[in-house]
Design a protein around this ligand. Sequence first.
Ligand code: ARG
Length: 569
Amino acid sequence: MNKSQDIIQNLKTSIEQVAIKMGIENPEVHIEHPDDISYGDFSSNIALIYSKQLKTNPKALAEKIIEELKKEMPENVESVSIAGPGFINFRFASKYFLNQLDKILKNGNKYGRSLENKKTVLVEYSSPNIAKPFTVGHLRSTIIGDAIANILNFSGYNIVRDNHLGDWGTQFGKLTVALEKWGNLVEIEKSESPIKELVALYVRFHEEAEKDPALEDMAREKFQLLEEGNSPEIRKTWEKCIELSKKEFERIYEQLGVKFDTQIGESFYATPEMIEKVMQELVGKNLIKESEGAQVVFFEKIGESEKYPPLIIKKTDGTSIYATRDLAADIYRKEKYGNDVTIINEVGSEQILYFRQLYETEKMMGWFQEGQRVHIAHGLLRLKEGGKISTRKGNVIWLEDLIREAVERAGKINQESAHEVAMAALKFNDLKRDSPQDIIFDWDEMMSMTGDSGPYLQYSCVRARSVLAKAESLGINPTINIESKTENLERLLVRFPEVVERAGIEYKANILASYLINLAAQFNNFYANNIIADEKDPESPHKTALTKAFDIVMANGLGLLGIKVPKRM
Ligand code: ARG
């Protein structure tokens, strides 16, 4: 239990006692932070909940409760007030927070870290497809998945970062046909952008197949040959495609500063043995039925209709399918990391239904306990002008172009930090909203130095560091003064461990992102209203210490979001 949980417990107990005194049986007390810190540190809605029962109105009840509380103020509480329709807000004494600031200064980049959780969590993210473009959807998955992995790692979990490469499926049949008919792999390899050439072939396949459906059959046959291991030639083409794609993906990961522990492609799970294992387990549990020649899992009936549409596991021609390989992957992961592994799949919201079907199947198999399968879904990325960024039909926005543009724009702020600022802009734009929401691609908003953006947060940190450098040059030694009456900054600073914990529990990086925005606003306020480094000011060591604590917490928070603080901006 951390400190804030202790004081929440104390506060709850005090409120409970008062409530019981007023005739509420078994009162349920909820405490949370008010949206705006100037209202107080904690808030309770107890008066809103129980006023009806006590036949009074919330405000009157709140007043009575406060009156009672004031007779014996809960520990550390400085003032109590009513807000809105009857919320009771508590403001704690600065001392309580100032006392904890030392911990920030002492722990530095470890501040907020927890060692309590020891379980293994496999976070699967990015997962682009071989010989296809790395889409903005994959970019979102990479950014969000990486942040979640960082946050959980900081919370103590043993993290496995896995890139589930899409390197298997009928698309390779299509590509093989297209290469035979209209392409030349040797030429393609020598070209400036092999992936673009491969994608062009893939697009052409679909155009031609609309006129000539026989092409689809040919593609299916080719894939069958590949999966059965019966064509060294197709296998070679496939290997080449992987090599070319991986090279390109690595370039992107390097720019983003993202690394994986494992990059196991779908093909690894598509071997006859693995597929057989999946089939055996399903058959063993009596979950598989034949339907029109395919092997299918049906779900529980609720009334007339099924909970989910049936899930195909094996196609009529006997080849594996996306779901077969996912089931095989989870069997493998359970064997490798133990049955109590938690598996997170960070995949676009268009696959929500699919992941429900997949998890439901695994649940029926008894493979996991509640909470051990998590789909973090992300919404689409939309352009400000409207319309979605599509990758079908060759209407592709190439990620490298996007990154190039971000770097160009960031270069206008400062050439030296252009890359770091560009990455911060792209990443924060993805992380600041709850991930299922669609995000809007608005360059001005992303690059803004004044609000809600990655560069703004970086800038607040750079600013703090330059003040700290000045204080150092003046010989000012950062020291907390417990008696100091300051603003709201320290109150927010000590919330950091709690915020990280909650972001991890809820798998929501945006909880951390919004906290950092609030924190930066408080710091900028403090910065605007104070001369921090001033030899003649006896409060200067304290103000410098607060600035230092801010720098530590902001840099730690940004680090968890995968954002670096540049030297200059
Ligand atoms: N490669 C897939 C795609 O681009 C995403 C894979 C997600 N992970 C999974 N286990 N199915 O849509």
